[in-house]
Design a binder for this molecule. Structure first.
Ligand SMILES: Nc1nc2c(ncn2[C@@H]2O[C@H](COP(=O)(O)OP(=O)(O)OP(=O)(O)O)[C@@H](O)[C@H]2O)c(=O)[nH]1
Ligand SMILES: [Mg+2]
Length: 447
């Protein structure tokens, strides 16, 4: 866990060159370091144009310094921002100088971890900071911002408060030994448990796409040579990304294109056609195709509908049984099959398209969203992490258990307490240090 007696420092702007680059510090030594580095006594929230000096008196750069006094800062501690010229050499030299003056290099996520530890934000909001930075689409950014503003946390906190009140009431007032199980009071408690369980269920429903939104989905196109995989990637990307020719074996290596499907980021990977081959390069291409398919959230199996028999693609090591798959019958402009959704093929959803004239692509896009569990852009989507969803599912199942515990006050209260704790993990009200380490280590340095 972060030690607040240390003053930490890191670049807050991305690596590379830019007009300006910012070094950020947080901790008790900010004022002293600022004075040594600039020669100025900084006033809080005032922009001070200054030179940054080395200990030996050399000027490292000209820039501005801004001090945010605790607790009115991002981390809740004294925070110092040094705005320098945005070149890597200059920023490295200023960063090196502040470490000479006593600051330590920050670990990934340490600024935000301190903000959490100092009560500036809860855990779900801290995670939303990363999600906002990493958002790849406008929808993802909007959802992350809503979480950062605390909309999701508020709902969870309300539920925690309600569950706590209910538990306290049960512990203080209910004794099953002298009360009939179907008393008015018990019915009322049951009703409340069901109501809270319903709210959690609804939050879970709204959260699934949020989780997808933050990471996006990996979709891999596989199929026999010449089936039209590259053409399909181009059709979905609305751009001529992959080379298309009539020669089977055109695509040799994997190729990626990112598309946004109603706000859902999807990384599409085109692959080499799968067939028996002695060619070393082609064999390597196919190996890569299979690896990509194994990694994918969903596989699009492209079949040439003018060819009567689909080529068996159950290539060694390919876990096709577990993988979500859509069968895409392509070249239906030639085969004459009507476009759009079809009956399941080999137990998988299927669709008839023409990659060259675009027919049926809209059906495929709808199917993709459905299979990936995305409900399209909606105002109420929650940007949730897997751990949030798991915690809500645990809370939900404890409340389900609670319904069956109307014989023992202790057991009933315990299930409600467990539900409340599970929800508390989301905001960090109830938390373990390991969890903090896991969460903040995934942040970038300087955040
Ligand atoms: N008429 C028609 N031709 C298509 C369609 N899709 C692809 N083709 C043609 O089929 C040939 C192969 O298309 P590609 O997209 O290169 O096929 P691929 O599956 O990527 O092939 P490899 O990279 O060799 O594995 C090209 O001549 C395309 O123009 C389609 O829907 N209709
Ligand atoms: Mg190809």
């Amino acid at each position: 866990m972060s030690d607040s007696t240390r003053t930490i420092a890191a670049r807050a702007t991305p690596p590379g060159t830019g007009g300006i680059g910012i070094i950020r510090l947080s901790g008790p030594d900010c004022l002293r370091i600022a004075h040594k580095l600039t020669g100025h006594q900084l006033n809080p929230r005032e922009v001070t144009p200054t030179r940054f000096h080395s200990k030996g008196g050399d000027t490292l750069d000209h820039g501005i310094a801004i001090l945010f006094k605790a607790p009115a800062s991002y981390t809740g501690e004294d925070v110092l921002e040094l705005h320098c010229h945005g070149g890597p050499v200059i920023l490295d030299s200023v960063l090196a100088e502040v470490t000479v003056l006593g600051a330590e290099l920050a670990r990934p996520g340490e600024f935000t971890e301190r903000a959490f530890l100092n009560g500036k934000m809860d855990l779900a909001q801290a995670e939303a900071v990363v999600d906002l930075i990493n958002s790849q689409t406008e929808t993802a950014a909007k959802c992350a911002l809503r979480s950062l503003e605390g909309k999701f946390s508020e709902k969870i906190t309300d539920l925690c408060v309600n569950l706590r009140e209910l538990r306290v009431f049960i512990e203080a007032n209910i004794d099953f030994s002298d009360e009939p199980v179907d008393s008015i009071e018990n019915k009322e408690i049951k009703k409340k448990i069901k109501e809270f369980s319903g709210i959690i269920g609804e939050l879970i429903d709204r959260s699934t796409p949020g989780e997808l939104l933050s990471t996006g989905a990996e979709v891999v196109l596989i199929g026999a040579p010449n089936a039209g995989k590259s053409s399909l990637l181009n059709a979905l990307a609305r751009a001529e990304r992959a080379i298309v020719t009539a020669t089977p074996g055109t695509t040799r290596d994997t190729l990626e294109a990112t598309i946004s499907l109603e706000g859902l980021p999807i990384r599409l990977t085109d692959t080499a056609g799968l067939r028996e081959s002695d060619d070393e390069i082609e064999a390597e291409g196919m190996r890569r195709a299979i690896t990509a398919a194994q990694r994918a959230d969903l596989v699009l199996e492209v079949r040439d509908d003018t060819q009567p028999d689909p080529i068996g693609l159950k290539t060694e090591g390919q876990d096709s049984a577990q993988k979500k798959k859509i069968v895409v019958l392509n070249k239906c402009d030639l085969s004459g099959r009507s476009f759009g959704e079809l009956k399941n093929q080999d137990g998988c959803p299927a669709v008839a398209v023409s990659a060259t004239n675009g027919e049926g692509i809209d059906s495929l896009e709808r199917m993709l969203q459905l299979e990936l569990g995305y409900r399209g852009e909606r105002e109420d989507t929650i940007m949730a992490r897997r751990r949030h969803i798991e915690a809500m599912q645990r809370a939900h199942s404890h409340l389900d258990q609670a319904i069956n515990q109307f014989k023992s006050t202790d057991l009933l209260a315990e299930e409600i307490r467990l539900a409340q704790n599970a929800l508390g993990e989301i905001t960090g009200e109830v938390t373990v240090e390991d969890l903090l380490g896991d969460i903040f280590s995934t942040f970038c340095i300087g955040k």
